[in-house]
Design a protein around this ligand. Structure first.
Ligand code: PHE
Ligand code: FE
Length: 297
């Protein structure tokens, strides 16, 4: 691997953050962009079986909970029978929105991640969780990345948003805006909700690849559900080891795209002197959107 200062830094930070002092993926074979071969033939029958179980459990939870775009794209992706071949999905994705999937060993440095997105490449982790991690994993695996993130890349507006996010990330690196920009990713791409005529639906990958949060985020009375606002999102801290305490709700993907189109430079500047908000904040005058009625699993 071609180790630059940025990369060395990346490993140092992650080693400090993780329990066993190492990232889970095999980084020995990746190129300078952290891309590897998927090596589909190396997956075992047991791994494909585990994927099928994950897929079936999760796909069953999607009706009435995931937004329509997600459900429609997932059905077209033909990924129910085992760990999919990224190349095949890339072919379909290229035609739909010009995106492609690239295989990566796991988490990649921020700069690398943003460069991929800015060039309409979505990095998908190659390894699959172990059976005892069926319900929960700390680092994203192929199930989270593929099942959670790829379906929405078939939607032209969301696909454009993701590319703009990548470009925005490259810019934020220079403007010291990353802490704030990362919250936008978290509360949209990972944990976003959308309002539909049938009620609230989830579009965030962190929700849609989770067995428990997908019902919780829509119907549990505990968390806050607040109308999406870029500045409000960027001020809000988030939890990484529990269900979210707040979800932000968009009207549609066009709103998300348009609200994030303006230059964020003045916003980063302004936010520097404003205090962060705790994850469970409801400000005076803010409306807490009513949850859906509970749907039994
Ligand atoms: N408009 C943002 C900027 O100027 C870029 C961006 C777009 C960031 C969409 C996130 C999502 O930095
Ligand atoms: Fe993710």
């Amino acid at each position: 691997m071609n180790t630059t200062v940025d990369q060395a830094d990346f490993f140092k930070t992650l080693e400090e953050k993780s329990d066993n002092g190492a990232l889970r993926g095999d980084y020995s074979r990746c190129d300078a962009n952290y891309v590897v071969q998927q090596d589909w033939n190396a997956y075992t029958p047991e791994q494909h079986e585990l994927w099928r179980r994950l897929y079936q459990r999760q796909a069953k939870l999607m009706p009435g909970r995931a937004c329509d775009v997600f459900i429609e794209s997932l059905a077209k992706m033909d990924a129910a029978d085992g760990i999919p071949r990224f190349d095949q999905t890339t072919e379909a994705l290229r035609k739909a929105t010009g995106w492609e999937l690239v295989a990566v060993p796991g988490l990649v440095p921020e700069l690398t991640f943003f460069e991929h997105l800015a060039n309409r490449r979505f990095p998908v982790t190659v390894w699959l969780r172990e059976p005892h991690e069926f319900d929960y994993i700390v680092e994203p695996d192929v199930f989270h990345d593929f099942f959670g993130h790829v379906p929405l890349l078939f939607n032209p507006t969301f696909a454009d948003y993701m590319q703009q996010y990548g470009k925005g990330g490259l810019k934020a690196l220079k403007l010291d805006g990353l802490t704030h920009l990362a919250r936008l990713y978290w509360y949209t791409v990972e944990f976003g909700l959308i309002q539909t005529e049938q009620g609230l639906r989830a579009y965030g990958a962190g929700i849609l690849s989770s067995g428990g949060e997908v019902e919780y985020c829509l119907t549990d009375p505990t968390p806050r559900r607040i109308a999406f606002d870029v500045e409000r999102v960027m001020r809000t801290l988030y939890k990484i080891d529990s269900y979210q305490e707040t979800y932000f709700v968009i009207r549609d993907f066009q709103q998300l795209f348009e609200a994030t189109a303006p230059d964020f430079s003045p916003l980063y500047e302004k936010l520097r002197s404003q205090p962060d908000l705790a994850a469970d904040t409801l400000l005076p005058g803010e409306i807490n959107i009513a949850p859906n009625r509970r749907q039994d699993a």
